[in-house]
Design a protein around this ligand. Structure first.
Ligand SMILES: NC(=O)c1ccc[n+]([C@@H]2O[C@H](COP(=O)([O-])OP(=O)(O)OC[C@H]3O[C@@H](n4cnc5c(N)ncnc54)[C@H](O)[C@@H]3O)[C@@H](O)[C@H]2O)c1
Length: 435
């Protein structure tokens, strides 16, 4: 492919905009030729950013899919979790290569159908498991591959969601309710299960999992607490207060970026207080319609007797991050997303690797460089016609998604689940009706 890549953006929200910005800034200057989003303000803003003419700005992805012929080489699918499957399938059937947000889809059947459609139509599928592209996890994997710690025997991995992020996204926000989005392990931690699978590089055989919604429930509401933080006499005593999270800690200090820009498009004091008064993000965390877990653990048994354990918890401070400890027969790697400490048992040495310093400050802040990494890999694959740069393609992703579904099955059914049980078989996805 020699001419400028042409790309369409489906979903002009947070992620669609992030990818569009990165594509726009890419040296090969891919052209964003159309966008779709029912939200007018977001659609127009992205249209302005990417210079997409008004007649190429659509309210729904179906309008682009219904156009005669293929208008671009690739589609970025950045719609909400429940709305990935149909656009992914329809655009793949029309020959568009796909940069698809994670999770692929809310059921294993739909994930498998996306994969088989992409393969059948010979299109490149790259899933935004961005951690695989971050310099930090790339370095960790290359250390493992180089044999720096001998053979890997166990990995411990922690995802610290951070208390206010849990409240924002998984109690008040878009991923709070499984019926509306997906379960927590899929919505948030498919990244973590995927990175374990990537680091270990072996097939997972069995999983077992525990977890629940422990805290963000009506039973935990303080006596005297009200439905909205603005009215609550206990508000100043509550770490989850929406007034604290959006106003005192951020907007009052002039910080109107994420997550304040999610609760309102009116980025003024008045806009924030309107959102707190009337919008979903002003609700008490003990009076929401959330049902996803706030903590979960998973134990994994991989081929060759390699084991791993993973903890996701809401109850962490901003100081905490993803933490990964790889224990090998000859050494240990301990990493926190920025610094890797490599211990060698032979001489009891410790090498400290600062990933930011190694990259001389070139890492963008989207998932530690993972956002930029996945976009570069996707563009490289399409321009070169060689998918080697894509490390989150169809096979790797369906494998790690299958582990996620197995772990959730284990949590619900209170038993160890063998991965062999998880071949879903392909179910037909309902046809799209073009209106
Ligand atoms: N890779 C990552 O690290 C990462 C991080 C956050 C979110 N995500 C995933 O990215 C996806 C999008 O998340 P987000 O935070 O951008 O959400 P968002 O709500 O900000 O954006 C989704 C957009 O899709 C639009 N949309 C809905 N129906 C549509 C339709 N029929 N046609 C076109 N557009 C439509 C919505 O109006 C919205 O603007 C989700 O699946 C989410 O889980 C991935």
């Amino acid at each position: 492919m020699k001419s400028r890549l042409k790309i369409i953006i489906i979903g002009a929200g947070n992620r669609g905009t992030a990818y569009a910005r990165l594509l726009h800034a890419h040296p090969s200057k891919p052209e964003i030729v159309a966008i779709a989003d029912p939200r007018e303000t977001h659609r127009r803003e992205l249209g302005r950013l990417c210079q997409v003419p008004e007649e190429r700005q659509f309210r729904d992805w179906r309008e682009i899919a219904a156009l005669p012929g293929r208008i671009a080489d690739a589609a970025v699918i950045a719609t909400p979790d429940k709305l990935h499957t149909l656009p992914a399938i329809k655009f793949a059937e029309r020959g568009y290569h796909l940069l698809l947000e994670k999770p692929m889809a809310p059921t294993l059947e739909e994930c498998e159908e996306i994969v088989s459609t992409a393969k059948r139509n010979n299109v490149t599928l790259c899933v935004c498991h961005v951690l695989r592209y971050s310099p930090f996890y790339r370095r960790m994997r290359s250390l493992i591959e180089s044999g720096a710690v001998g053979e890997v025997v166990t990995i411990q991995h922690l995802e610290s969601v951070v208390y206010w992020h849990q409240a924002h996204s998984y109690v008040r926000g878009n991923w709070r309710n499984e019926a509306e989005s997906s379960f927590m392990l899929l919505a948030k931690s498919c990244h973590d299960v995927d990175i374990l699978s990537y680091l270990i590089g072996r097939r997972c055989l069995q999983v077992s999992s525990f977890g629940s919604l422990r805290h963000f429930r009506s039973q935990c509401r303080p006596v005297g607490g009200t439905e909205r933080c603005l009215d609550c006499p206990r508000e100043t005593q509550c770490p989850y207060s929406a007034v604290k999270i959006y106003w005192r800690d951020r907007a009052a200090k002039g910080k109107f970026g994420w997550p304040v820009d999610i609760i309102t498009t009116d980025l003024t004091e008045n806009g924030v207080f309107e959102a707190l008064r009337y919008g979903p993000y002003g609700r008490c965390v003990y009076a929401c319609d959330n049902d996803v877990v706030d903590h979960q653990v998973v134990s994994f048994n991989f081929e060759g007797g390699v084991t791993a354990d993973f903890t996701m918890t809401a109850f962490t401070s901003i100081e905490d991050t993803r933490r990964t400890t790889v224990c090998g027969t000859h050494g240990q790697i301990i990493g926190d997303g920025r610094i890797i400490k490599l211990y060698r048992y032979l001489d009891d040495s410790c090498e400290v690797i600062d990933i930011d310093q190694e990259a001389s400050g070139t890492i963008d802040d989207g998932h530690g460089g993972g956002d930029g990494g996945v976009v570069n890999a996707f563009v490289d694959a399409l321009t070169s016609g060689n998918s080697i740069s894509i490390v989150s393609g169809a096979d790797a992703t369906i494998e790690s998604h299958r582990i996620v579904f197995a772990a959730e099955k284990s949590r619900r059914e209170k038993r160890t689940v063998n991965l062999e049980e998880m071949s879903a078989g392909v179910r037909r996805i309902p046809e799209v009706v073009f209106s």
